[in-house]
Design a protein. Sequence first.
Lengths: 356, 78
Amino acid sequence: MQPATATPEHGVGREARTAGARIAGVVTCVPADVRRNEDFHSRFGEDAVADVVKMIGVQTRRRAAADVTTRDLCRLAAQRLMAGLEWAPASIDALIFVSQTPDFRLPATACALQAELGIGTSCIAFDVNLGCSGYPYALWLGMTMLQTGAARRVLLAVGDTISKIVDPSDRATALLFGDCGTATALELDPDAAPAHFILGSDGLGATNLIVPTGGFRDYAASGDPRLEGRSAHSLYMDGGEIFNFTLRSVPPLVARTLALAEGRTHDFHLFHQANQFMLKHLIKKAKLPPAQAPLNIEEFGNTSSASIPLLMTTRLREPLASSRQRLAMYGFGVGYSWASASLDVGPLRVVENIEA
Amino acid sequence: MNTFYEGLAEILEVDASKLSPEFSFADANADWDSLAIVSTIALADDSFNVMLDGKALAACEKVADIEALIDAARHRNA
């Protein structure tokens, strides 16, 4: 886990292209429990809450009950999605669960979801451990599986319940994150326009956003002074480092994604909802019209890998239900890991947000 | 430096006319906290297209210290 000393040459990322696959539908599921900023006043004080909120821009966030996990939110979303699309469970060939909050260290949550959803045993199911960058990665992986013929229908279960790993006394993270599980249906479509992806990683940033203990290596024992006096099982975030990483990495990612669009313009740009101040800065720096870069962090907080599909169901529901939209998506964060996707989406038969 | 001073005045919540290189955050009772620091990173990026380091900014005591970081970063870019 010790950072290497040599910094490899910093490229924007691997560029990949898939063809013959499309998104058939998206359902997101948020817990019904709404946490308002006032709910944090007694713990942190009104002024301290206001200081953090001025930066992160979160007014409300959703919180999963103690006995509800990411798997449950994803299952509910998937059930609604399959019903809406009239997809028989037996017709799903692959299920990928992308999350940093699985049910167990082992086995993989994707296997539990396969059984719960009644999908047959001839199903490719596995977990991917990614957070903020997870949604474009999941699309790339699922569309690649379709293109190779390994699967004809793929279900992506993407989301997190970060509220379960934040230290309730750490205002920087306790106020920022919200819970959400999502399900996205992918299927073969010979007429689909190619989708473009850029995918990158920089593990030198691993310790800047980390749960130090709970896996099989104890980073809490490393002597990193930033972790002193903190709960080793809770999420640690070095906000300044993450901010610098984002400002350094995301503008080139956006620029390269636009360059790969083959002269076509995007109708909407969906940024991972990391932090409102940072997002506004990124959108301004990229010279994107704010109306084409919707936000929902004020309502749902930072929902990790679920933030991009949650934008689709809460901010773009009508346009995606009625017509075809060219979308650019940008995920970036924990890892460090980042990815973009550029593809046509819609009209979608199912695109909705539900509550659990 | 004008737009930079205006932005910095907004971040520090002081009148722009009061800002000078010798302006000291402690003397003026201005909050040089994590919010001010990330806002300044964004401001320097906007104004001069340079990336300042958060830790170095946190160690700044007066406006001239920030300006020195910006000059060093511009020199690196050049």
